[in-house]
Design a protein around this ligand. Structure first.
Ligand code: ADP
Length: 526
């Protein structure tokens, strides 16, 4: 290359370096001396290239004091490592703090000469700001989600506590000698209360799913088992409508799908209940199973009912939309299908609907099919099925059953007192605080402990922990009675050593079974 061509090439290079946003610096490794600094230094650091070259110490002092130490170390390293990079803050001459990303690279300029260090500095303040904004938005979303979860668990608790009194006292009244009219009124209260409870559970489930809080435990589930359980539940309803149920012949439903057993049952029950409710009298319900290509297994519930119009089908999964059936006399919340759809999606499946007004509807749940060898845990016929076992203690062993109930809610206390008064031989002692309850228990050694979890002085969980840690109390059966119905919590409490867990509103019969036999074992843990 001749001299002129070289000058032109150098000039082009200089123009390029002068025009880029990055600051380009060429310096000696040691002693520290700048050979070249590009004009972009003024935009980034707020001082001219001449000022920077003239006083390296002044230029270096722009580094933020908090980052100065590691920047110094990196620069030292850059003296012998071929390539080094670092991110740090600078304080410009006008006081503004900026983030820079600096890369150092050794360059051979002429053979035999000591290598120089090429430095490229990029202003990354905008990127850092965006990253910070994103991180704080993420933190805010996490916080909002935590607040929603907290709200849900409070709501659940606040709604269930009064429901316990409503349903409990109504069930008590039902046991009394009442006139037919009074009986009917009590039945209405119980019916309405249970409907409200279903609604509360469904709405809370939907909210839990939407906030990612609902945990499912999927396992291979035998479809025919779940179908049988669902059909057993609806026998009286089917009879009342004089419906014919057609179930598949042979082994077509004897297949496993990957599902949360309880939730799969809930979805199928929702389909079957709807097929009953929206059918015509003396109509038909048909259950079918089929394997679909792509590894799906389909379970279909068809009816010969009123059907659903094309325009209504679009609103089928909208919560609270009952498609105008509010005044038909068929009870419902309009939430069942919305919840079913979310549950099925969570299990990796989907729902298909076909319907013709006046002819009938078909609801299909499609779930991943699984090949299994032999019976699965929890299946009917397997030894692990329904962990309810009979106990060594025969009912009636106690001449008097001494029960300590630790609870601070007066309505619940009164309900329990009345239940105890009806049960021959039960003597109920109550404590409204955890500490007092613990003292009473160790001094009187009761036969059964009933324990609420929300107590004024300490948590019920702490009471349970102390009872379990003490030799004299750890074998006294303790049943937790709480409005908190989350499966995770129930499992934890049972693992801590509680004998049972009753969720408020509790079923009176279920409680009485504990009075009959405090040493019975709790059924399958959810
Ligand atoms: P609901 O509690 O009202 O039954 P769902 O969410 O289960 O709530 O169903 C929503 C609506 O879809 C129902 O109110 C009804 O109008 C319609 N629907 C559901 N299943 C059927 C069916 N098998 N036949 C006709 N209409 C149905």
């Amino acid at each position: 290359m001749n001299r002129r061509a070289m000058q032109e090439s150098e000039e082009r290079f200089r123009q390029l370096v002068n025009n880029i946003d990055e600051v380009f610096i060429l310096r000696t490794a040691a002693p520290y001396r700048y050979v070249y600094i590009s004009p972009a230094v003024e935009k980034v650091f707020g001082l001219t290239a001449d000022e920077a070259v003239a006083d390296p110490a002044h230029f270096l002092s722009f580094t933020h004091p908090d980052d100065a130490e590691f920047v110094r170390k990196t620069m030292e390293e850059a003296g012998h490592a071929p390539r080094v990079e670092v991110e740090y803050r600078i304080i410009r001459s006008d006081g503004e703090v900026r983030w820079v990303w600096t890369r150092y690279q050794q360059v051979e300029v002429a053979p035999g000469d000591p290598p120089l260090v090429a430095v490229v500095v990029t202003d990354i303040t905008a990127q850092k700001d965006a990253q910070r904004a994103e991180a704080s938005a993420r933190a805010e979303a996490v916080r909002a989600n935590a607040a929603k979860t907290e709200f849900l668990s409070r709501m659940s608790h606040e709604l269930r506590t009064p429901m316990n009194a409503i349903l409990g006292f109504a069930q008590l009244l039902e046991m009394d000698e009442l006139s037919e009219n009074q009986h009917e009124s009590v039945r209405q209260i119980i019916h309405g209360g249970r409907h409200l409870l279903d609604l509360i559970n469904e709405v809370l489930d939907i909210s839990r799913i939407d906030s990612g809080e609902l945990a499912l435990s999927t396992e291979p589930v035998l479809v025919s088992d779940v179908m049988d359980e669902v059909m057993d539940l609806v026998v009286p309803l089917v009879a009342a409508r004089n419906l014919t149920v057609l179930t598949p012949v042979g082994d077509v439903c004897h297949e496993h799908v990957l599902a949360d057993r309880q939730r799969f049952k809930q979805v199928l029950l929702n389909f079957v209940s709807n097929a009953i409710k929206y059918n015509r009298n003396s109509g038909e319900i048909r259950l079918t199973c089929s394997t679909r290509p792509g590894g799906e297994f389909a379970i279909t519930v068809s009816d010969t009912g009123i059907g659903i119009g094309a325009e209504e089908l679009e609103r089928l999964f909208t919560p609270f939309d009952r498609l105008g059936r509010e005044n038909t006399g068929e009870e419902g919340t309009g939430v069942g299908l919305a919840l079913s759809q979310r549950l099925v999606q969570l299990m990796g499946g989907r729902i298909e609907v076909e319907s013709a007004p006046g002819v009938g509807s078909s609801f299909t749940v499609l779930l991943p099919r699984v090949e299994t060898a032999g019976p699965q845990p929890g299946e009917q016929g397997s030894p692990a099925a329904g962990a309810v076992s009979s106990t060594a203690t025969a009912p009636g062993r106690y001449s008097q059953l001494r029960v300590i109930y630790i609870e601070d809610n007066l309505a619940n206390l009164r309900l329990m007192e009345q239940l105890a008064a009806r049960h021959r031989g039960v003597k109920l002692i109550h404590a409204m605080q955890g500490r007092l309850g613990l003292e009473l228990i160790s001094s009187s050694q009761p036969d059964l402990i009933l324990l609420d979890l929300h107590l004024p002085d300490m948590s019920g969980e702490e009471v349970l922990r102390r009872l379990q840690a003490e030799v004299t109390t750890k074998d006294i059966p303790t049943v937790v009675v709480s409005a908190d119905a989350s499966p995770g919590q129930i499992r934890r409490i049972l693992e801590m050593g509680a004998s049972g867990y009753l969720t408020k509103p509790f079923d009176v019969e279920e409680l009485l079974r504990w009075f009959d036999d405090p040493h019975r074992m709790e059924g399958a843990v959810p």
